[in-house]
Design a protein around this ligand. Structure first.
Ligand code: SF4
Length: 321
């Protein structure tokens, strides 16, 4: 196997063509994977892209497993491979179907909205799905007074500050360990050092960070803001892969991490070597499937979610090679 990054990337680009593979990468992937992907984006953008896989014979999904499951549901004719099947989102682990059923019994008739960061089994119990970029719009689209919501308690707080709809947490302890690493003192210190900066926080961050940031939004919204704003310095509170991408795309701007240790170990399980292995050997254990009984309902609520506009751009960005 070729030993250096450039050789591996060239090998992937060649194999990708031969295999007619569509490579989708999440914003939190290592930059070397983002560089060889066809599209890089947030979970909403990648879900939309995976539904447009006509003409491809396989999808390689460099993200965590729940994202690859959405691609499998939206693109049933094309097999979806994940470079490392152990790339599981710990936030998704907070919510199982039983917890949702219990909450439904407690609040009969109240609709359930789950964040996309959930397993297929949990989604099968939901009335609607949202992403961080579409959560407020999805909640309001139902036209009800209250909703059951989970698993991310920080995202629930974000939604509460933007709607009068009552948000009932399924599990108040649900959180993303990466976005929970940010501390208000980090933001205060950086704001003092860079008073001209724009601070943008992801809605999975604790509420006190959201309250003090200049803007709060999904990674799709962050990409759009940095591209369109006249500001030159940005303090960003999200996973480091996103910051590397922003700095690469905007060398004229300064992207400052709120905390450099904000790295998602699960997203980083994917490597160029593992993508080469998938392209060369098509290992069956890397194919992502969703249990058949769940598929029609999940497809329906994913398609419903895709019709809600949300804050991100309509399509993912074409990766730069
Ligand atoms: S960054 Fe957080 S929410 Fe995203 S995959 Fe990693 S653990 Fe899950």
């Amino acid at each position: 196997m070729a030993s250096n990054t450039k050789d591996l990337q060239e090998k992937i680009l060649k194999l990708k063509k031969e295999r007619k593979a569509l490579i989708l990468a999440h914003n939190y992937q290592i930059i070397e994977i983002q560089e060889i992907a066809d599209f890089v984006g947030d979970s909403l953008q990648l879900a939309r892209k995976s539904a447009e896989s006509n003409g491809f014979e396989m999808i390689i999904f460099a993200g965590v497993k729940f994202m690859a499951e959405m691609a499998a549901v939206l693109s049933p004719a094309v097999p979806v491979y994940i470079p490392d099947p152990k790339a599981l989102c710990p936030l998704a682990g907070y919510l199982d179907a039983e917890k949702i059923r219990k909450k439904k019994k407690e609040y009969p008739g109240v609709p359930v909205i789950v964040y996309v960061n959930t397993t297929a089994e949990a989604k099968s119990e939901a009335d609607m799905i949202c992403t961080s970029g579409s959560a407020v719009e999805v909640v309001e689209s139902l036209g009800v007074d209250r909703v059951i919501f989970g698993p991310d308690a920080n995202l629930a707080d974000y939604v509460r500050t933007h709607t009068s709809v009552e948000i009932i947490d399924i599990d108040q302890s649900g959180h993303c360990y990466v976005h929970n690493m940010f501390d208000l003192s980090m933001l205060i210190e950086l704001k003092e050092k860079y008073p001209e900066s724009v601070a943008i926080a992801h809605p999975e961050c604790p509420i006190e960070i959201q309250e003090q940031a200049d803007m709060v939004g999904s990674t799709g919204m962050m990409a759009r803001t940095v591209a369109e704003s006249d500001a030159k310095v940005f303090i960003i509170a999200t996973e480091m892969g996103m910051l590397q991408q922003l700095q690469k795309r905007h060398p004229d701007k300064t992207i400052i991490p709120m905390y450099e240790g904000a790295v998602c170990r699960q997203m980083k399980k994917h490597t160029l070597e593992k993508i080469v292995d998938v392209l060369e050997n098509l290992p069956s254990e890397n194919v992502v499937t969703v249990p058949e009984p769940f598929v029609p309902h999940i497809r329906e609520i994913l398609e419903k979610m895709n019709t809600v506009r949300g804050q991100g751009p309509a399509t993912a960005v074409k990766a730069e090679t």
